[in-house]
Design a protein around this ligand. Structure first.
Ligand code: GTB
Length: 215
């Protein structure tokens, strides 16, 4: 069975590839695995049919041969474990790549999402102007640490892996801010991810969905 994922019918990111289906699409493309996409409206995401797939009524989800998954990290890891190209064979290198995948999700993404969420939900509050520098500083700490670890290396640990895929998608969420530009090594790292042919195919696929929805 061809795996099926879910994605926004009309993504609020307007085709910039910032929603979390992008990381799953990219993983499929790196692994050379064809996939189908079920597009959902916001209303459909909260209906029983989708809640059976995703208890929190979100995208992305993954279904294949009776297996249903609903966390982007678990989906990318599952694809990476089942197919070649995203995880090293050597057990310790493999564990380190998975370590980076979790670091992207658990240590870097939360501070970025917190900043982003404040921008959506608190922009009109009188405390927002005072809070934003604090949120920026939390992101900046992580970027500085990550940049120091990356140094001049191409990828975080040897060859490109699912850990890099996840970290690049997480850092891309800073698009529109000037935070990443303060760290040229990280900006170059993201750019290296974005020029990969698999990334380009995934990006084009999600952009095509947005373009169709806005016709
Ligand atoms: N932990 C889950 C995972 O990693 O899969 C989080 C999934 C999640 O946050 N999904 C979001 C969602 O379904 C879409 S990706 N939201 C709808 C809802 O909760 O009702 C987050 C996202 C949305 C929009 C933009 N954007 O417009 O730039 C970027 C990222």
């Amino acid at each position: 069975m061809t795996p099926v994922i879910t994605a926004f019918e009309a993504s609020p990111d307007r085709g910039r590839g910032l929603a979390r289906d992008m990381r799953v699409r990219w993983a499929f493309e790196e692994a050379g695995v064809p996939y189908d996409v079920r597009l959902l409206s916001f209303a459909e995401m909260k209906e029983p049919d989708h809640l059976a797939r995703h208890p929190f009524g979100q995208i992305p989800t993954y279904e294949e041969d009776g297996l249903a998954l609903f966390e982007s990290g678990a989906i990318v890891l599952h694809v990476a474990e089942r197919h070649g190209g995203l995880l090293p064979e050597e057990p310790r290198a493999r564990a380190r790549a998975i370590n980076w995948l979790f670091a992207a999700l658990n240590t870097v993404e939360p501070v970025i999402v917190e900043r982003e969420a404040a921008g959506y939900a608190e922009r009109d509050k009188d405390w927002y102007a005072a809070r934003l520098p604090l949120l920026d500083a939390r992101v900046d700490v992580r970027l500085g640490q990550l940049s120091r670890r990356l140094g001049q290396a191409e990828w975080l640990d040897g060859d490109f892996s699912a850990g890099d895929l996840m970290m690049v998608t997480v850092l891309r969420r800073l698009e529109g801010s000037d935070l990443l530009a303060r760290y040229p090594a990280l900006a170059a790292y993201v750019a290296r991810g974005e020029v990969r042919p698999a990334y380009q195919r995934a990006f084009a696929a999600q952009l095509a969905v947005f373009e169709r929805s806005s016709r």
